[in-house]
Design a protein around this ligand. Structure first.
Ligand code: NAD
Length: 356
């Protein structure tokens, strides 16, 4: 099969970690007989230098024309004096808006080999962790009406949490479909004991659940969910939640898995299209030193193959190669442990690619 992927390496360690993912993709192509047409485009600081803006139209057009997008990271001190609307990070917000990316998927995976990096007690995480947070990305309080006014002579500020049925329906379907490809359990997180918008959320999720009888659904209030995530994280498979609750829970989930260099993410729109990127930034402190961990980007590529191209066996092969890399005792600097073999970004990419 032929697939078109737009690559946006970006700034700092972005190009270094994307290069590792490309090596892995080349091996996937050879092993499984696919052809991947890769188009490289600019975004972030490098785009400001070349074109004056962080997200050139040409990049948007290429992303829209592709089957999926793989992004490294954007930003860095060089562009700190840019005005807010022209900062490198605006490229990410612009891509979300232009591409209609309403579903943010953040897996929190703790490999058994890295369990010492987890701040939780060992007995809580026996066998590792594999949780997927599905966060609504374009609605809720971050996009609701907001402002300030004077009430009884006092300044008052407000941000409105608002969801429509259709917004809830589409993100709920993403969560149930993801659960069908995993352990078939969705935990919907809301605050339905207090918030009207959460009550609509819960009613709508329950109705959509009827279309997915093979998936178990339960509900937790956000305060309880935050507690359960550190008390008994193995109870979770897919966590479905709103923009603001997902923002908080996905950061909490990522912290219980150790290094930021290990975690991928994807942002999806309708029809399976998605943008895939590591959760970390451009790490200017280690850029150009061959110290970056490419695994978050390689795992983002795995998600791209699984969710946008429906290539599950190919994605499984990448996940397996990463696990073998860790089992064989290889580590990048950020996850280094005594007695393990520490390798640089390039060598890590080569070794993982060769396991395929
Ligand atoms: P960061 O994620 O870039 O770095 C935080 C720390 O983690 C640093 O010490 C860094 O060396 C380390 N780190 C990050 N990725 C790593 C990897 N793959 N391997 C090993 N170590 C890694 O966050 P920051 O320092 O707050 O931000 C740096 C720049 O990145 C800023 O300009 C910020 O705006 C931008 N940023 C971009 C994105 C994105 O492109 N989506 C996300 C977050 C931050």
């Amino acid at each position: 099969m032929n697939y078109n992927i737009t690559l946006i390496p970006g700034d700092g360690i972005g190009p270094e970690v994307v290069a590792g993912a490309v090596k892995v993709l080349d091996k996937v192509a050879a092993k499984f007989g696919h052809e991947f047409s890769l188009t490289e485009k600019l975004a972030g600081g490098i785009a400001i230098d070349a074109t004056g803006v962080p997200l050139p139209q040409d990049t948007i057009d290429a992303a829209k024309a592709a089957d999926a997008v793989l992004l490294g990271a954007v930003g860095g001190p060089k562009w700190d004096d840019q005005p807010g609307s022209n900062r490198p990070e605006m490229a990410i917000l612009g891509l979300r808006k232009e591409l209609g990316l309403y579903a943010n998927l953040r897996p929190a995976i703790l490999f058994d080999e890295l369990k010492d990096a987890c701040p939780l007690k060992p007995e809580i995480i026996v066998g590792g962790l594999d949780i997927l947070v599905v966060r609504e990305l374009t609605g809720g309080i971050y996009f609701g009406e907001k402002g300030t006014k004077t009430v009884d002579g006092e300044e008052v500020a407000y941000d409105v949490e608002q969801y429509s049925v259709s917004e809830i329906e589409r993100i709920a379907r993403v969560a149930f479909e993801m659960a069908q490809k995993r352990s078939k359990k969705v935990t919907s997180v809301d605050k339905a004991n207090v918030l009207e918008s959460s009550r609509l959320w819960r009613r709508t999720v329950e109705r959509i659940a009827k279309d997915y009888p093979d998936v178990t659904l339960d509900h937790l209030y956000i305060d309880n969910a935050a507690m359960q995530l550190v008390r008994a994280p193995k109870q979770f498979d897919v966590i479905l939640t709103s923009n603001i609750f997902g923002d908080i829970l996905s950061d909490e989930a990522s912290q219980i898995t150790g290094s930021i260099g290990m975690l991928p993410s994807s942002s999806l729109s309708d029809g399976g299209f998605g943008l895939y990127e590591p959760i970390h930034g451009s790490a200017p402190d280690i850029a150009g030193t061959d110290k970056a961990n490419p695994i978050a980007t390689i795992m983002s590529l795995s998600m791209l193959l699984r969710y946008s191209l429906s290539l599950a066996a190919e994605a499984d092969a990448i996940d397996q190669a990463v696990e073998t890399f860790l089992k064989d005792g290889y580590r990048t600097v950020d996850i280094a442990e005594d007695g393990k073999k520490v390798v640089g970004t390039k060598e890590a990419g080569d070794i993982i690619a060769n396991y395929l």
